[in-house]
Write a protein that binds this ligand. Structure first.
Ligand code: ADP
Length: 300
């Protein structure tokens, strides 16, 4: 399968400030790739390099087989971009903007346009100056989904959308994925990333610190186990078991991914009456890198 986005040792400095310090990432065709990290990690810088708005300082970046800086004009016919804070022409109506933006990519499909306007509940007759932030996002999203682009680069695209529209957004992403299109999604809404993304890259201080499928990332951390036991003995002393607590008959603790098998074997003779295992959420994975909670824990 073709790599739609590929970077190797990508660097960018703003004067003395090193914003990217060797970013390696690969996004395959048909994939929804989640790009997450705290403020200042380098997400926008990476995206602006992809869009040909910034020139890299070093390393390599390829988009759809081309160079995002040299080939910006041709690449922009094949990709769409939605920023987190959409600015529109105040005197044009939403519909005029949609027609203009989609027109840059080819002929507009009127039934697709109407369908998206209905789904996003957007009135295209209003002037852009009267739109709320959420409605401006909708104009950009309708344009992006109506254009038949191979690659969608979305930077916090659903900021300002209410939960119902967030749902519509997620459905649209699933549909474009089914059509074999590729989505690069930077988002701070971890539930959105969890629901949509095939693979995730976590960026911190200009470097990708983790990447993989959610399942792969989950293996880096701990599963929470809640268990009811007939004869609990020395749970605290089991290898790989942490944070043991008890509420009435139920014991709760976290288990290192590589200790799961041994812990289950140790629990069996204690007479398991009920057991529930919860994988870590993306939020917990994120905290592992950025929060105080897990600070100092070695990752293998
Ligand atoms: P993110 O999008 O993840 O919040 P950015 O890519 O905007 O991160 O920023 C990465 C780093 O580069 C930050 O330390 C930021 O302060 C710095 N930076 C971003 N843009 C500029 C700029 N135009 N001039 C100087 N430093 C910048």
């Amino acid at each position: 399968m073709m790599n739609v986005i590929e970077t190797r040792k990508l660097t960018k400095s703003y004067g003395r400030q090193e914003a990217l310090r060797g970013v390696d990432l690969t996004v395959k065709q048909g994939e929804v790739y989640g790009f997450i990290g705290p403020n200042g990690a380098g997400k926008s810088t990476t995206i602006r390099i992809f869009l040909g708005m910034l020139r890299k300082s070093g390393g390599e970046a390829k988009l759809l087989g081309g160079d995002p800086w040299q080939d910006a004009v041709t690449l922009h016919q094949r990709l769409v971009y939605v920023p987190g804070d959409v600015t529109l022409w105040p005197n044009l109506t939403g519909g005029e903007v949609i027609d203009f933006l989609v027109g840059l990519h080819g002929k507009i499909n009127p039934s697709r346009r109407k369908e998206l306007l209905d789904r996003f509940q957007l009135d295209p007759k209003k002037k852009c100056r009267s739109y709320s932030k959420g409605n401006r996002q909708k104009v950009a999203l309708v344009s992006a989904f109506a254009a038949d682009a191979e690659l969608l680069i979305l930077d916090e695209p659903s900021s300002g959308l209410d939960p119902l529209m967030e749902q519509v957004f997620q459905e649209c992403i699933s549909e474009v994925k089914k059509q074999g299109k590729t989505v690069f999604l930077s988002s701070h809404i971890l539930a959105e990333v969890e629901a949509l993304c095939d693979r995730v890259g976590i960026i911190r201080q200009g470097k990708i610190v983790e990447s993989g499928t959610l399942e792969e990332l989950r293996h880096l951390t701990r599963t929470t186990v809640t268990v009811e036991l007939a004869k609990p003995t020395n749970l605290n002393q089991l290898q790989g078991v942490h944070d043991v607590s008890r509420k009435e008959e139920k014991w709760r603790f976290s288990v290192d991914a590589n200790a799961m098998d041994a812990v289950m074997n140790a629990l069996a003779p204690m007479g398991i009456k009920s057991l529930m295992a919860e994988p870590p959420t993306l939020e917990e994975l994120f905290m592992l890198h950025y929060g105080d909670k897990f600070e100092g824990k070695e990752l293998n």
